[in-house]
Design a protein around this ligand. Structure first.
Ligand code: BES
Ligand code: MN
Ligand code: ZN
Length: 502
């Protein structure tokens, strides 16, 4: 699905060039209601006076993320004047640019608007304008592919056209980056939103394979090859489904030849019924989003390729469906993973770790990565622990964990580090095999992470449990869609800040 928005850039001097009042005009004020020079210029004395009087009559205080809309403003060349609040000086110093862009876009959805990025004491940089544009694009995204009858207002967002006006003339370039990055987030959102009857493993692999157009090297493993490799854990999960599993390996080689890659690994359970340990019916439909980790990896690799990132990255996703069936794996089965370690299946609903285990082993052995980041909608327990606004992070490496934390802060895709202690590892020891796939009632996210840790062979590694953030997200200024595309921006930033040659 498209974001239905066009964003252009221009110099502040163009602020007044609305053609005879067509289109909206957006200006910004802090809680002192003082307009910037460019905004004052375009509004003129009558316009400035109108803003002051309207603010007072509407009790508009210029608080952060509030807006005042004035239709047909007399004396101003615009169909509508929108005044967006930026809050106190302190608020303004820590402006979240994507959020401001998202909020602003929502106020002019479906319309043409000139946006005057100027206010007292600020010189908006190209990079900030780019982040603003990114937020506007992400806010405007909707997934309505399967609505055959558009509601009268469903089209509201399409046809939005913004011209961002600012002093810094490097903005068009930043805007281009924002566009490709937003497309990558939107790709991930689309994958999460798609239903599993459409997005079964083969189709998922096909969509990931489209990245070859951007120069990504694609390898798709089919079941025969998985058997050869000994991926007994992943195959056990898949065996209850009539849909064949796939593993997709995406190599972006933008760095020096022979340099060890960073590995990004995603859980791609296209539907998680729980299998024989079947889930309760209520809310089971949400389990179409159990491939949010894989979606984030595909989106991130796309983002890196689209901006020709100077790094070597290998993305790998295990795509399966977890179903109950006469041929399904069952509690008490013992399976042998590709690593050679055996696993006693206690609960077929703890399937994600089985899928990740084999994909991780394959990548550790074949790609010899210098770091691994895996993303998985792995446990309900992480949602209980952290809610829906922050992901859980488990890591065996303080530097990697610190870098991911910083990338989370920078992008707003926040993580919170959780502990890994020997007790969690002990909890998954099995009476019959090397380990079991659940660790009991307590510390469910941590015992799951400890399971994965047994497969990373001491490579610096971080596991992001994104069950709470990948889907069914809380509405935010930059996302109104069920699928969040969470992790694409975080991974892109992590690689840019720590793994790319400058
Ligand atoms: N995909 C689920 C985790 C999940 C739950 C993601 C809710 C998003 C929202 C995972 O495969 C699962 O079922 N985990 C079990 C593990 C348990 C059986 C040890 C869980 O969390 O209950
Ligand atoms: Mn499950
Ligand atoms: Zn699952």
């Amino acid at each position: 699905m498209a974001d239905g928005i066009e964003i252009g850039f221009g110099p502040l001097e163009q602020s007044g060039q609305g053609s005879g009042g067509s289109g909206d005009l957006v200006v910004f004020v802090g809680d002192d209601l003082v307009l910037g020079a460019a905004a004052r210029d375009v509004l003129g004395a009558p316009g400035a006076d109108l803003v002051a009087r309207a603010a007072s009559s509407e009790k508009f205080k210029g608080r952060s993320l509030t807006a005042l809309s004035l239709p047909a403003p007399s004396g101003v060349k615009a169909d509508r004047l929108v005044v967006v609040g930026l809050g106190s000086e302190k608020d303004r110093a820590k402006t979240d640019w994507p959020v401001l862009g998202g909020f602003t876009a929502s106020k002019v959805a479906g319309r043409t608007a000139r946006v005057v990025l100027d206010w007292p004491g600020a010189t908006v940089t190209a990079a900030q304008a780019g982040e603003f544009a990114l937020g506007a694009r992400l806010r405007n995204y909707t997934f309505d592919r399967y609505k055959t009858k558009k509601k009268p207002d469903a089209d509201e967002k399409s046809g939005t056209a913004l011209t961002l006006l600012l002093a810094d003339q490097g903005a068009a370039r930043a805007g281009e980056n924002a566009r490709t990055l937003s497309e990558s987030v939107i790709l991930a959102r689309d994958l999460v939103n798609e239903p599993p009857n459409v997005l079964f493993p083969e189709e998922f692999a096909r969509r990931a394979s489209d990245l070859s157009k951007l120069g990504v090297e694609i390898e798709v493993l089919e079941p025969a090859r998985m058997h050869e490799l000994g991926m007994g854990a992943l195959l056990a999960v898949a065996q209850g489904s009539v849909r064949e599993p796939r593993v997709v390996i995406m190599r972006w080689n933008g760095g020096p030849a022979g340099e060890a890659p960073v590995a990004l690994i995603g859980k791609g359970v296209i539907f998680d019924s729980g299998g024989i340990s079947i889930k309760p019916g209520g809310g089971m439909e949400d389990m179409k989003g159990d491939m949010g980790g894989a979606a984030a990896v595909v989106g991130a690799v796309r983002a890196l390729a689209a901006r020709k990132a100077r790094c070597n990255v290998v993305g790998a996703i295990g795509i399966v469906e977890n179903m109950p069936d006469g041929g399904a794996y069952r509690p008490s089965d013992i399976v042998t993973s590709m690593s050679g370690q055996t696993i006693e299946v206690i609960n077929t609903d703890a399937e994600g770790r089985l899928v990740l285990a084999d994909v991780i082993t394959h990548i550790v052995r074949s790609a010899k990565p210098k770091a691994i980041v895996d993303l998985a909608t792995l446990t309900g327990a992480i949602i209980v622990a952290l809610g829906q606004d922050i992901a859980g992070m488990f890591s065996n490496d303080d530097t990697l964990a610190g870098n991911i934390n910083a990338a989370g802060e920078a992008t707003g895709e926040k993580v919170w580090r959780m502990p890994l202690i020997p007790a969690y590892d002990k909890a998954i020891d099995s009476k019959f095999a090397d380990m079991k796939n659940t660790g009991g009632r307590h510390g469910g996210a941590a015992t799951a992470a400890s399971f994965i840790k047994r497969y990373v062979e001491d490579v610096p590694w971080a596991h992001l449990d994104i069950a709470g953030v990948a889907m069914s997200s809380n509405a935010s200024e930059i996302n109104r869609s069920w699928g969040a595309g969470w992790g694409v921006r975080l991974l892109d930033r992590l690689i840019q800040d720590h793994y790319e040659a400058r």
